[in-house]
Design a protein. Structure first.
Length: 755
């Protein structure tokens, strides 16, 4: 089938028509020479018409399309498994799966080489990825040993099909033990098989190895464990793990929690039993542990080797434990409903601070029949650094509790009271010992009865713009992300409690635009006290000023705990995870913060990787927003590694931070050596409509004969297109014709004395 069509310049016949009309119109302009015969006149006109015709063809670009059928060679794709699991000797007579697979392929070499000119063979070996091999000489170039650490059947099939896109595939022949062993496959096996079915390509599978009955194969594996824990000294830590038990029904399975210190000394913290009546089950185990000493530790969940286990590499899993010393412990007493926005915001700040721990007590005013609450024993048992009293009426606590809090502050602890309908004078604290402790004087006439209508005369109505009255650690809130002063961009406060006045030694840190005190600082004995007369900083987070909100409350807590030294710096290293397999990509970030939590600026970093043998390797990093970012691949050597980052500011060392991780050999290929022939059968069944099925090694010659004798349709329809004057040859011919005609016309006019 063939046909013509035109492709005019600019896709416009009108434009071409205008140009051709202009050229024809020029023929009407003739030189005024005498003696030109009619014959000579028509000769010149004919040459000019020929030139115009060639120009018109060039502008119209006539195209001839012709469809022809051509024979295309089809392709047989063969993939064989080169992962470690192929070394398992269960293919018969003690032969490994690998040797059995090699024998099969070697026996097929003559038949594969004689499939004919119209049937090509593409050979791939695969483990976690597919690699094409040279099969031009008709011999398989086998590797010495199958050493692939993972098996990714789905991604390998997808890669092979992508490399051969557009080719007619006679079939895909897959030889493997059928076990997919990879952490995160890029393409699932079933999806790869469905893609083959969509292309009408049969998948032929050949399984090697034996499927092991769970009732006959014994194995215990530690499957899950968080890779890092952080806890304060003498605080309870819960360690949760899951143990996969196979083939050990009703047998005792001891599971140990082992603590290893920096010197390598190991201690069994606790032993639990993970026995199960089922043949195969995942058992959840939980340990409780209270560390007594600060430091860096390694926690391991270990199952001692059990009789009859095929593999014991999966019997343990480890994690890092960071036990913090000197973390601030805060007691927060709240009387309003538990969903009060202000207390929720403060709790979020403390929860996001690794150096702070909050003990939140909600003293429900709806259960006033149980008031007053006595917390004296709790205060003696727990060593709190800071006390926060929210919107809590003084009648909720016993006199002994308030005396104990005052004594703690006198001995050096910190106390802050927040504004509210039942705090300060409205809460009756002017008649308690806290009148002496707090840095403000409260009116003896103020009292808000619980359940009564709120008295407005004890409160200042907002909006109240917060203004720093002096330069202080607490008022140094920095700037917003766009460099605007923090106090200029935060929302105004909704209101505040009225007081008589600050005490003579009280210091006003923040006040309103009307000079109303909002935050007053003072001292009592050896301790520090604050009166924050408002309770609506929670709005700052909702307005997108979460960083300022966090800075505000961290600085309050740090100041109360006397940890407001601005020279203290914190260099940190953050890893997304702490446990890696060899060769895995590792990414980290690092930075340096002031004690108030603000990132330090103009800081340079020097970064090293410390290996298990103590070697130090410099790491390249890239600058981010107030941080540095780095990435590298985990080494093949297993053990503990440390990323060490040293920060310097203006030539002075700020500090050094460390991020620890370890590389462990979790051999997925040999952890569960069972073959999965049923998995291969399920994959080939997806393409059954197009001839896909599972074959034994002995049946492969039959399969190759079928493919050779009944190859897929290889005739394809190919369109050929010729456009004048698009090819190099045609364009030169076109140019020569036009130039030749112009030259001939000029020659005749010269000869006839017209020029």
């Amino acid at each position: 089938m063939s046909y013509w069509y035109l492709q005019p310049l600019g896709e416009s016949y009108f434009l071409v028509g205008i140009l051709v009309f202009a050229l024809v119109a020029l023929l009407g302009i003739r030189p005024q020479f005498q003696g030109l015969t009619t014959k000579r006149h028509w000769a010149l006109t004919g040459i000019r018409f020929a030139i115009i015709f060639l120009i018109a063809l060039t502008l119209l670009r006539p195209t001839w399309v012709r469809s022809v059928k051509e024979t295309q060679a089809s392709l047989l794709i063969l993939l064989f498994d080169s992962s470690r699991s192929m070394t398992v000797p269960d293919a018969g007579d003690g032969t490994t799966r690998w040797e059995a697979q090699k024998q099969t392929l070697k026996s097929l070499e003559p038949q594969l080489s004689g499939l004919g000119e119209n049937l090509e063979v593409a050979v791939y070996q695969f483990d976690e990825e597919a690699k094409r091999l040279d099969f031009t000489n008709g011999r398989f170039p086998f590797p010495d040993q199958p050493d692939g650490r993972f098996t990714d059947i789905g991604s390998s099939l997808a890669t092979v099909m992508q490399q051969n896109i557009g080719k007619k595939i006679a079939g895909v022949l897959l030889l493997s033990d059928g076990a997919q062993r990879v952490y995160t496959p890029q393409v699932e096996m079933q999806q790869a098989a469905r893609d083959l079915a969509r292309l009408e390509t049969p998948l032929h599978t050949v399984p090697y190895g034996k499927a092991i009955d769970p009732a006959q194969a014994r194995d215990v594996a530690v499957e899950t464990l968080s890779d890092h824990y952080t806890v304060f000294v003498k605080n309870e830590l819960t360690v949760k793990t899951s143990i996969r038990v196979q083939g050990m029904a009703n047998l005792p399975i001891p599971v140990q929690l082992v603590l290893e210190d920096a010197k390598g000394q190991k201690t069994i913290v606790e032993t639990k039993d993970a026995s199960t009546p089922n043949v195969q089950e995942v058992v959840d185990v939980s340990f409780q542990f209270v560390p007594q000493t600060a430091g860096q530790y390694k926690l391991s969940v270990v199952v001692p080797d059990q009789d009859g286990e095929l593999v014991t590499k999966n019997n343990s899993l480890s994690a890092y434990l960071n036990v913090l010393d000197g973390g601030l412990k805060i007691l927060y007493l709240e009387g309003r409903t538990v969903d009060r926005p202000e207390q929720m915001g403060i709790r979020r700040v403390v929860a996001s601070s690794a150096d702070m721990e909050l003990d939140f007590r909600w003293i429900d005013r709806r259960r006033r029949d149980a008031w007053p609450i006595d917390l004296t024993e709790d205060l003696q048992a727990e060593k709190y650094d800071v006390f926060i009293i929210g919107d809590l009426d003084s009648s909720a606590l016993t006199e002994g509790t308030l005396d104990a809090i005052a004594k703690e502050v006198e001995d050096g602890k910190g106390l802050i009271m927040l504004g509210g309908f039942n705090s300060f004078g409205a809460g009756g604290y002017q008649t308690t010992i806290l009148q002496k402790v707090l840095p403000v004087e409260m009116s003896r006439f103020d009292r808000q009865d619980l359940g009564a209508e709120i008295r407005t005369d004890m409160h200042i109505q907002g909006p109240l713009q917060i203004v720093a009255s002096q330069n202080h650690f607490l008022s140094s809130l920095g700037t917003d992300a766009d460099s605007s002063p923090a106090l200029d961009v935060v929302p105004s406060l909704k209101g505040a409690n009225k007081i008589v006045r600050p005490k003579p030694r009280g210091m006003i840190i923040f006040e309103s635009q009307n000079d109303d005190p909002l935050l007053v600082a003072g001292e009592y004995g050896l301790g520090r006290t604050l009166a924050f007369l408002a309770d609506s900083t929670w709005q700052w987070g909702f307005a997108g000023k979460e960083a300022i909100h966090k800075r505000f409350w961290r600085q309050i807590i740090l100041w109360l705990a006397k940890k407001d030294g601005l020279e203290t710096r914190d260099v940190w290293v953050q890893l997304g995870q702490r446990r890696f397999v060899p060769g895995a990509p590792i990414r980290f970030t690092a930075g340096a913060n002031s004690q108030s939590g603000d990132p330090l600026r103009n800081v340079t970093f020097e970064t090293f990787l410390i290996g298990p043998d103590g070697s130090r390797t410099p790491l390249r990093t890239l600058p981010g927003e107030n941080v540095i970012e780095g990435s590298f691949d985990a080494g093949e050597t297993t053990g503990d590694y440390t990323i060490e980052v040293t920060a310097s500011q203006e030539g002075t060392t700020v500090g050094t931070g460390q991020g620890r991780f370890f590389v462990f050999d979790q051999d997925l290929e040999l952890a569960d050596p069972s073959a999965r022939p049923s998995q291969l059968s399920a994959l080939s069944a997806i393409t059954q409509e197009y001839g896909g099925r599972t074959w034994t090694p002995e049946e492969l010659p039959q399969l190759l004969d079928e493919i050779k004798n009944r190859p897929p349709e290889t005739e394809i329809e190919v369109q050929t297109k010729w456009t004048w004057p698009e090819s190099n040859r045609d364009s030169w011919i076109n140019l020569i014709l036009i130039v030749g005609l112009l030259g001939w016309e000029w020659y005749l006019r010269k000869r006839w004395s017209m020029v």
